[in-house]
Write a protein that binds this ligand. Structure first.
Ligand code: CU
Length: 479
């Protein structure tokens, strides 16, 4: 690792990673309609109204509003505090967090704090609906050691895909007091999503019985317009030599991204549950639905030049509903190197933090989870049924097998897990995860410890159309 990082530093200093001089071809309809100069600024942050130390208290309202997502078109959307994406919940480890939530939508909703380890009553699962016009206070204390990038979104019974597709999603950043990266590194939140619109500007949700509705149900709803923080092809700026920390989250209903920075490598430093032990040099990252990564991006290009963050083709689909343009590479954002004088790159630490592996000798149960098409272990979701019963303190291995010809991303509420192996290949390094893509016809094994918080938790496929149609189960953790 030391050798690799030294090489990285040299490359960074010499600027020899510059490989891109010609503008990229735009090969999607969305670019023709893109707003010319939108910047990729971070979403607004929820304002802390508390005066108490180590307390974050915010107001969050979900409501119908009208704003422009598709460039040049006004759409009726659902929005948190009037914005798509919603404002970022920015907290520190150890903070006590209180969210005063108000549901001004015409339907029931919840707010699920995706990936956060919290008491079950604040999980915002389908068990805790908030009726139209009602309010609810979500409350939790951010556990030390969980600094990372998370997100929040509705999780009502059978309506999650619709509600997120209408615009309800926002980022969560948990910061650590002992973050190993220099505080001077700019922090960028990049929330990816896609959507589809009708001619009149309304968001396209076809009738379930229609052909398009059937394809959405099979594939997971995708749209031709790709958004970064609710904008089409925004631009980020970087100074030559500068290192930036990008927190990338996939808020799409079904699209799995294979992201790459054209002509460059990135340094992946973390995933769902926070930082890795050591940085990993990567050419591309597969980012499944609901998943997050943290990467370091280095300004190695000549001043005044541009590169693009791309979505490379990835075949997650069943052949019969695979989109005709699935092999098309799509651009997500432009990274512009400014004309300012180059800076000396900051040193990237060789070790980020300690990530202890969960102890496989302490395993109390091994579960078999089989993903069929729209079903788990042969069953549709039934909220009155408990699919897996366990207790606080148990450590379990879940062997998750996907027996069908399309990918299904696995999500567990409440508890971060570690991947042991994928198709028998041991995971190369230990990381905390709450999302794991299970590719078609493959098996992964994860290990999880229920160290707190009894209650009924969800596990499910995170293709929202699958989840809404019952590809979900209930895990009950008793005291
Ligand atoms: Cu699925």
């Amino acid at each position: 690792m030391t050798t690799r990082l030294t090489l990285l530093t040299l490359l960074t200093l010499s600027g020899s990673l510059v490989a891109l001089s010609s503008p990229h071809e735009t090969n999607s309809a969305s670019h023709e309609r893109a707003r010319p100069t939108t910047d990729g600024a971070n979403p607004d942050v929820l304002v802390n109204i508390s005066k108490k130390p180590k307390t974050v208290e915010v107001n969050l309202t979900a409501a119908v509003t009208r704003l422009s997502l598709e460039p040049g078109v006004i759409s009726e959307v659902f929005a948190y505090n009037g914005h798509v994406p919603g404002p970022t919940l920015d907290v520190r480890e150890g903070d006590h967090v209180i969210i005063h939530f108000r549901n001004d939508l015409p339907e029931a909703t919840t707010v699920h704090w995706h990936g956060i380890h919290l008491p079950v009553e604040s999980d915002g699962s389908p068990f805790q609906p908030i009726a139209s016009g009602e309010t609810h206070d979500y409350e939790f204390t951010v556990r030390p050691g969980t600094a990372g990038t998370y997100w929040y979104h509705p999780h009502p019974d059978r309506r999650t895909g619709f509600a997120i597709g209408k615009g309800l999603y926002g980022g969560i950043i948990v910061r650590a007091a002992d973050d190993p990266l220099p505080a001077s590194i700019p922090d960028k939140l990049i929330i990816l999503s896609d959507n589809r619109f009708l001619q009149d500007g309304s968001i396209d949700f076809p009738a379930a019985a229609s052909q398009h509705g059937g394809i959405d149900e099979e594939n997971g709803r995708e749209g031709p317009i790709l958004f970064v923080n609710g904008r089409v092809m925004p631009a980020l700026k970087i100074r030559s030599g500068e290192v930036q920390r990008w927190r990338i989250a996939n808020a799409s209903a079904g699209r799995i991204y294979r992201i790459a920075l054209a002509g460059h490598t990135m340094v992946q430093i973390g995933s769902d549950g926070g930082l890795f032990e050591k940085p990993v040099e990567v050419k591309e990252i597969l980012l499944t639905t609901g998943e997050r990564v943290e990467v370091l991006v280095r300004g190695t290009d000549a001043p005044g030049t541009k590169t693009v963050l791309q979505n490379l083709p990835y075949d997650r689909y069943a052949p019969q509903t695979r989109p005709a343009d699935w092999e098309t590479t799509r651009d997500l954002l432009t990274l512009e190197t400014t004309n300012e004088a180059a800076v000396i790159p900051v040193k990237i630490p060789a070790t980020l933090r300690k990530v202890l592996p969960l102890d496989t000798t302490k395993v109390t149960a091994v579960r078999t989870i089989v993903f069929g098409q729209g079903i788990i272990n042969g069953k549709h979701m039934d909220m009155s049924r408990v699919d897996v019963s366990t207790h606080v303190g148990a450590t379990e291995i879940w062997e998750i097998t996907n027996i069908v010809g399309m990918d299904h991303p696995f999500h567990l509420h409440g508890f971060q897990f570690q991947v042991l192996d994928r198709d028998g290949v041991p995971e190369p390094y230990v990381a905390w995860k709450d999302m794991l893509n299970i590719p078609k016809h493959s098996t992964a094994r994860i290990i999880v410890r229920y160290d707190d918080f009894p209650g009924k938790w969800m596990f499910h496929c995170h293709i929202l159309d699958h989840e809404d149609h019952g590809m979900m189960g209930v895990l009950e953790v008793t005291k």
